[in-house]
Design a binder for this molecule. Structure first.
Ligand SMILES: Cc1cc2nc3c(=O)[nH]c(=O)nc-3n(C[C@H](O)[C@H](O)[C@H](O)COP(=O)(O)O)c2cc1C
Length: 387
């Protein structure tokens, strides 16, 4: 791989790549990355399947889609963590995986209202396990109860358009009215406070801390391989696995995407030597944080599995609300992670932002404005269901 070209292209400029007329004129089609995003099949009559077709669209770590569904009755099912879809190197305590259970439950609950149902959610019906273990017990039992005339949650309208936007933003701060809207909205149902910062000082600190965090994250073989395993190097991989994320979600399209996928990035090369992939992740983190004026976090004092699930629900609602407001949203989780190499930077991060040392920052994300990237793919609902 030609490192200079790789970095220039992946860094969003075509740089010194000489595009042949064959490539430039080949009429590259945009990918069909909306796999799974059409909502439920109109012919589907089973309310459980209709609701699950929305739930699978929720934000979740690395787009792992770590859910198992066991049907328990004609209108009910249990949700479990899929133990084969964890991120043990970057999320060793499975905290983010449990946040991803909450995002699933929130999306499901909102979808139910749009389909004239209430989703009654009973958390950890067989008992909650500690936040350092994962036990084969349901995270929630869900019962769908028909409620004719129920007013749909206004966020229902945004389930099929919500996404994570990892592109560079335009560096503009949110208006005070937008911040007030988000605080009011979050205050209505939140279980953990939302902090929004956009001073110059905060921005500079975040640029440094988040870039340093990515630098720490890369360069460890297990962590690198965990991320690379979820990176989709081309359309064939997207179609085959229907999970993870790729060049499109990182913000490349058209010819740039074609060049990167065709000539500069291959799974074989990157797995053999992930150094440049890692360097690029650091450069992209620097570029995205530098392009951002507004950073947000949700922190909790307690950190049980239920707290994590509840934060997932809150985070999902905020992502849908910012979608409604025309804002882009992007979590940056590296500095929050629990592996030992991250600890000193995490301590420094909390100190820099006056976060209590024993509080857990559950979600840290940036907000702003940017062009909309394509959706990440989703698997079939049938793949979630186990007997
Ligand atoms: C708990 C959690 C942590 C996440 N951390 C990151 C992150 O560190 N970096 C990132 O680019 N995206 C992060 N994401 C966003 C996911 O990559 C994204 O939700 C997933 O790829 C699905 O894409 P979508 O949200 O556009 O549907 C995170 C999402 C969740 C729920």
């Amino acid at each position: 791989m030609n490192r200079r070209n790789f970095i220039q292209v992946f860094g969003l400029g075509l740089g010194s790549i000489a595009l042949s007329s064959t490539i430039a004129g080949c009429g590259i089609a945009e990918p069909t990355l909306s796999i799974g995003w059409e909502g439920p099949d109109p012919a589907e009559k089973d309310i459980r399947m209709q609701v699950l077709a929305y739930a699978i669209l929720c934000p979740n770590p690395h787009n792992k889609q770590p859910w198992i569904i066991r049907l328990t009755g004609p209108h009910s099912f249990d949700l479990y963590v899929d133990p084969d879809r964890l991120l043990p190197a970057t999320d060793p305590l499975h905290r983010q995986i449990h946040i991803g259970q909450g995002t699933f439950l929130e999306t499901l609950a909102i979808a139910a209202t749009g389909l004239g149902h209430e989703a009654r959610i009973d958390y950890f019906p067989q008992g909650m396990y500690s936040n350092t273990e994962l036990i084969n017990k349901p995270v929630a039992s869900i019962e769908l109860i028909e409620r004719p005339g129920l007013t749909p949650d206004p966020l229902f309208a945004h389930l099929l358009t919500r996404r994570t936007n990892k592109r560079e933003y335009d560096n503009r701060r949110l208006a005070q009215s937008e911040i007030d809207t988000l605080h009011d909205f979050h205050g209505q149902e939140s279980t953990a406070p939302l902090t929004i910062v956009q001073s110059d000082e905060a921005k500079h600190r975040f640029e440094q801390i988040l870039t340093d965090a990515m630098q720490i994250e890369v360069g460890d073989q297990e962590r690198d391989h965990e991320t690379i395993a979820m990176f989709r190097f081309n359309e064939e991989e997207v179609q085959k696995y229907r999970d993870g994320f790729g060049v499109s979600q990182a913000g490349l399209s058209g010819i740039k995407k074609f060049v990167v996928e065709s000539f500069l990035l291959s799974r074989e090369q990157v797995e053999k030597d992930p150094t440049e992939f890692g360097e690029q992740a650091v450069e992209m983190t620097r570029a995205t944080t530098t392009s951002t004026a507004t950073f947000v976090w949700i922190a909790t004092t307690a950190n049980s599995r239920l707290d994590q699930v509840r934060v997932g629900r809150d985070y999902c609602r905020i992502n849908l609300k910012t979608t409604a407001m025309g804002l882009a949203q992007h979590p940056m989780s590296q500095v929050l992670q629990e592996y030992k190499e991250m600890r000193p930077l995490q301590v420094a991060f909390k100190k820099a932002f006056n976060i209590k040392p024993n509080d857990t920052v559950q979600m840290l994300f940036r907000l702003g404005r940017a062009e909309t990237p394509p959706h990440g793919p989703r698997r079939l609902i049938s793949e979630l269901i186990q007997s």
